[in-house]
Ligand binder design. Structure first.
Ligand SMILES: [Zn+2]
Length: 394
């Protein structure tokens, strides 16, 4: 018997997009060693060698470049490694995703993936905040630096240390999505000019970039599948969702599942961003529970227990009942999670342009997101922002 050829490997029909490999989590994370093949909605004839296109390009220095600073900005004018070319069919999935050459291609693909997801939520034009000076974002896929940064005209990626080995941030979707999150935010709020002393723009921006990273990760079908299978539908377990910051390039590890309130954090930017991020994460989980209850996949009791203070027997009961339902009706769990993801993503995306970066407080941002949300999402967000002491009860 002759098997038909793998249809996913056939040449992409013109007009559909271009294929790439993306690791939804860095390949050193157990269960994520293999990349996903994704079809990005940019056509092969719109991508030049590099890769590069009208909105971004990869510049991969031949030597160890210093990170950009105040005096030193793009474009990179030094000698570069040779531009990466697609395969003969115009796609990039014939390249080895673990090769040195692929680092820039991976970063490029991740950026397009995140922008594509957020284009839906923002629903307004997104321009680089530096587009008056630089029409295109420069992607520097590897600098010898244990950090990553997005700035005026560039995204540059160093490496993290994991298990005694150096891992390029160019293979870390979360890091890239977080940095692009800063650029998406600035595309809507504009750049702060003269920040008032009380302004909360920086902690807000960290919380939103983490939320953008988290929500973008949930756009990989394979990631949702793995997450739900591994947790058996119980998102209160420690899992990929809150591990996204584990190799964070920033000094403070940020956790989306935290129980911090504003009265418990310091004024340090990342610390101060935690309650806001926690409120966003809790809202996604609670909306997910509501959907599960609505589709008959979870007991109504789930909506009345206090999730932050579950007794062990309540937790065990929840775990067993969702595990059974998740085994029998996994599709409804997936639908519940994508709906919760999109409700919160749409509220954030629609609120960003309403904020004044110079004067905004975290409470203003919370109210803008609540007022941009649908009714059920708004109620859940409000409850969580109140509990986090970001807004008062109304
Ligand atoms: Zn950041």
């Amino acid at each position: 018997m002759e098997l038909p050829p793998d249809i996913s490997l056939k040449m992409t029909q013109p007009g559909l997009g271009t294929r790439f490999w993306i690791f939804p989590q860095p390949p050193f994370i157990l269960g994520y060693e293999q990349p996903d093949r994704v079809l990005l909605p940019i056509l092969p004839d719109e991508i030049a060698d590099g890769p590069s296109d009208v909105s971004m390009y990869v510049a991969d220095p031949l030597y160890d470049k210093e990170p950009y600073g105040f005096r030193d900005l793009p474009p990179f004018r030094g000698p570069r490694r040779r531009s990466v070319r697609p395969g003969p069919d115009g796609n990039f999935d014939s390249l080895d995703p673990r090769s040195r050459d692929y680092l820039g291609v991976h970063a490029y693909a991740c950026i397009h993936f995140v922008l594509e997801a957020w284009r839906n939520y923002v629903a307004r034009p997104m321009h680089w905040f530096f587009s008056d000076f630089y029409p295109r974002l420069e992607i520097v896929p590897f600098v010898r630096w244990d950090n990553a940064q997005a700035g005026f005209g560039f995204l540059e990626l160093g490496y993290s240390d994991a298990g005694g080995q150096q891992w390029p941030y160019a293979l870390n979707f979360d890091t890239i999505a977080h940095e692009i999150g800063h650029l998406i935010t600035l595309s809507q709020t504009g750049v702060p000019g003269s920040l008032s002393r009380d302004a909360d723009f920086f902690p807000f921006s960290e919380a939103i970039s983490d939320s953008i990273s988290l929500i973008s990760f949930l756009h990989f079908d394979s990631a949702i599948d793995r997450l739900l299978r591994r947790t058996k539908g119980n998102l209160l377990l420690y899992n990929e969702l809150n591990r996204f910051a584990e190799t964070s390039p920033e000094t403070q590890i940020r956790l989306a599942t935290n129980f911090r309130r504003m009265s418990e954090v310091t004024s340090e930017v990342h610390d101060r961003s935690l309650p806001f991020l926690g409120a966003i994460f809790d809202t996604i989980v609670e909306l997910y529970h509501r959907e599960l209850v609505a589709s008959g996949c979870a007991d109504r009791r789930l909506l009345s227990v206090n999730l932050r203070d579950l007794a062990q027997d309540e937790f065990d009961w929840f775990r067993q009942s969702t595990a059974a339902a998740c085994r029998d009706r996994p599709l409804f769990f997936k639908l519940a999670l994508t709906k919760a993801r999109d409700s919160v993503g749409a509220a954030i995306g629609a609120a960003l342009h309403r904020l004044d970066p110079d004067t905004m407080r975290l409470g203003d941002a919370a109210l803008a997101i609540i007022s941009a949300a649908d009714l059920q999402t708004a109620a859940q967000l409000e409850e969580n922002f109140v509990w986090r002491e970001i807004i008062g009860s109304r």
